[in-house]
Design a protein around this ligand. Structure first.
Ligand code: CQM
Ligand code: MG
Length: 360
């Protein structure tokens, strides 16, 4: 553990100073593409204005014999296109793989000035972040970068979940954490075979009605309620991130055709505190945009409460509901998120303005 007084010191001579706060930039969807797939890479200029984050994926889903092509493809994409306000992230290969070192060395020295965040898969504890932290500092110094590349961890091992608080606070570079439900399920020896989402077998059944003679509880029709396999992990991840001032994300939803269940999973994560999710296919982009942007009527309500609460202390009644210092804080979360998103999304800004007008 570094001493508190050294925490914000650069880890290499000539490396840029670490940031004191994670800048809040819209990241409702982290859109995955394979930079070694020429057809997908060709879509980058058209995709960029439609997403908050474009992520060149080098890890799982890129076959072994195309790892180098994916890395080279990402360098080419970053050099060829100006992505405007859209962030460029990458997911490098896992730290125990034969590719991770070259991924980091090549990307930071060749396109470090274009790269906002490096996503590190299969993080098991703070030691993984410390390794990447020092290496990035050395590479930033070599590349002459004037701002640090941030780090995002994927929570996809049982050890990673057990250490999530320490991972979140391991470095000032930590930008956020995403759930990695597929690898996490395997690591935990869960018996699912999916990427995120629920499972019909994970349920609670209502109590049997009182028996009056015949029949056993096993014979009676009873309603069942499917439960959320990921609730515990997401809630824990959100707390770890919030406690350390970094951002939590849902991660991927693999049933591309089931847009309804995707929206449900994304919305649960949004309500619990996540700021975005991964989009694996273009059909998921608008879902994430819709879900991770506060609804116009919620924003209008939040602004009304903020106005009525003045300096944010005391208690008032609005439409039969008590408002006080704590509801004021919740409303500020919603209103501040809406303002940050609207600054980058004129369509959203217009829908907020219309709801504000209707609420007058
Ligand atoms: C699922 C796949 C194979 C279906 O790809 P497809 O071509 O079969 O689908 P399609 O519906 O036929 O595609 C329609 C059009 O969209 C294009 N397209 C399709 N996807 C994209 C995309 N992402 N970005 C840009 N364009 C895309 C595709 O090229 C096609 O273009 P066309 O109309 O011109 O022919 C494809 O969407 C894909 O490869 N997506 C990314 C998969 C990926 O990155 N997986 C890894 C992340 S999840 C993960 O790693 C787990 C985790 C965290 O680690 C853990 O839980 O452990
Ligand atoms: Mg994974």
């Amino acid at each position: 553990m570094r001493s508190a007084k050294d925490f914000f010191r650069p880890l290499a001579v000539g490396a840029p100073a670490p940031l004191r706060e994670v800048p809040f930039r819209p990241s409702r969807m982290i859109h995955f593409f394979d930079p070694g797939n020429a057809k997908m890479a060709a879509k980058v200029p058209a995709l960029a204005p439609t997403v908050d984050v474009l992520l060149g994926n080098l890890e799982d889903a890129v076959p072994t014999d195309r790892k180098e092509a994916a890395r080279a493809g990402l360098v080419a994409v970053a050099r060829a296109h100006d992505l405007g306000g859209t962030q460029l992230w990458t997911r490098v290969n896992s730290l125990d793989s034969p590719w991770a070192l070259d991924d980091l060395v090549t990307l930071v020295t060749e396109i470090g000035d274009r790269l906002d965040v490096v996503m590190v898969p299969k993080v098991e504890g703070p030691q993984d972040i410390h390794y990447v932290d020092r290496l990035l500092a050395q590479l930033e110094a070599r590349a002459g970068l004037d701002r640090p590349v941030l780090v995002h961890a994927i929570l996809e091992t049982a050890a990673g979940v057990a250490n999530v608080e320490a991972i979140a606070g391991a470095s000032p570079r930590m930008q956020g954490i995403s759930l990695g439900p597929a690898d996490l399920a395997a690591s935990r020896r869960m018996k699912t075979t999916r990427v995120g989402g629920g499972h019909p077998g994970y349920l609670v059944r209502e109590d049997p009605p009182p028996t009056s003679g015949g029949g056993t509880p096993g014979d009676m029709p009873r309603v069942t309620y499917q439960q959320d396999l990921w609730h515990y992990t997401i809630a824990r991840m959100v707390d770890a991130c919030a406690a350390h001032g970094i951002l939590p994300y849902y991660g991927p939803f693999g049933d591309i055709q089931d847009v309804t269940a995707c929206e449900d999973q994304f919305r649960n994560a949004f309500l619990l505190g996540c700021v975005g999710a991964w989009t694996l296919h273009p059909v998921q982009i608008d879902i994430a945009k819709r879900v991770f942007s506060p609804a116009p009527q919620d924003v209008a309500w939040a602004e009304r409460v903020i106005e009525a609460m003045g300096d944010g202390t005391g208690a008032v009644m609005i439409d039969g509901k008590m408002q006080d210092d704590a509801t004021y804080k919740q409303c500020r979360v919603v209103a501040e998120l809406a303002a940050a998103l609207a600054a980058r999304d004129p369509e959203l800004a217009a829908s907020y303005a219309a709801a504000r007008k209707a609420a007058l």
